[in-house]
Design a protein around this ligand. Structure first.
Ligand code: SF4
Length: 310
């Protein structure tokens, strides 16, 4: 069990992905209402060494002395990886020592900082998010930490595209009632055309978010957005149940989760602690169990609880 590495996790977009978490749980520059990892505990834009560079390097060394190369090494986790001041150095270390493909899952909010953009250019694949085109929707959905304006956020993505030679898959989370009005949809189209990502991936809620009364967009609603935009390379991210067919989906992990919540309902964090797994790893399995109709959720003060479906 490593402190900062997790998996390899079967990922719907990245195959077998070895995760690296560069910040403590929910240290993030946004506090998105749809976050599956719960509310942000430290909302900040401050970049620093949240996780020690040497610890990451040691864990990588140990991992590669015992394991095969995953499809990707992915900076992800329950927080924003670009907040760690050493992300560029760590990418360099991976590219030099392991020649592994590197992906970065980022909310993109720090890309208007040229030093962050410079640190990410050696990665192979960047998956930033963009959920709104108006400041009011941005504030309602992503709840940024400071006075970050959506125009600057979008400009950061445009600048990054110019400087980055690798692949960009831009994720847009659609939340009906929040960002599916014409002003946001047309503004998003305009932004996408300017950013020019290799792919746009439309996503929606898989499971309950941080606040109540948000719902997932239906397949038809997502398709209508694709038709309205009429731009190339937009896809709906495939249903998470597909992951079941991934060879790395582990039945014993699925059973351990079911057994644990059959004894008493648990939050995501409870499950991660009890099973000694990273929250992102547990999340992947909960997606599949939810799709299969095996679990259900309810909300309490301490968060969202998972239990067996009655
Ligand atoms: S940016 Fe990611 S980790 Fe941060 S609150 Fe939003 S969804 Fe959660």
């Amino acid at each position: 069990m490593y402190k900062h590495l997790f998996g390899p996790v079967p990922s719907r977009r990245l195959g077998m992905s070895l995760g690296i978490d560069l910040v403590p749980h929910k240290v993030c520059s946004l506090n998105c209402i749809y976050c599956e990892c719960g509310a942000t505990t430290k909302l900040t834009n401050e970049r620093k060494e949240y996780v020690l560079f040497d610890e990451i390097v040691d864990e990588l060394k140990d991992f590669f002395s015992k394991n095969e190369m995953p499809d990707y090494i992915t900076f992800s986790g329950a927080g924003e990886p670009t907040l760690n001041i050493h992300i560029g150095k760590i990418i360099d270390n991976i590219k030099t020592n392991y020649k592994a493909p590197v992906a970065v899952l980022t909310n993109g909010s720090l890309l208007n900082d040229s030093s962050v953009r410079k640190e990410l250019v050696k990665a192979d694949l960047i998956l930033p998010s963009l959920d709104a085109a108006t400041n009011s929707a941005f504030k309602k959905i992503d709840r940024p930490s400071n006075h970050l304006k959506i125009e600057d956020y979008i400009q950061g993505l445009i600048e990054f595209r110019k400087e980055f030679k690798g692949i960009i898959w831009l994720e847009v989370m659609i939340l009906p009632g929040y960002n599916d009005d014409l002003e946001n949809l047309l503004g998003l189209k305009e932004a996408i055309l300017k950013i020019n990502p290799d792919k746009v991936q439309l996503n929606t809620l898989d499971r309950p978010g941080v606040i109540e009364n948000i719902r997932a967009a239906t397949r038809l609603e997502l398709q209508n957005i694709i038709d309205l935009w009429n731009i190339e390379n937009v896809e709906i991210i495939a249903s998470s149940a597909i992951r079941k067919h991934n060879a790395s989906f582990r039945k014993d992990t699925e059973n351990a989760i079911l057994e644990t919540i059959s004894r008493r309902p648990c939050t995501l964090e409870d499950l991660a602690k009890m099973l000694g797994m990273h929250i992102n790893e547990i999340n992947k399995y909960l997606d599949v169990l939810d799709q299969d109709g095996k679990i259900e959720t309810y909300r309490q003060e301490r968060g969202i609880f998972y239990q067996l479906k009655k």
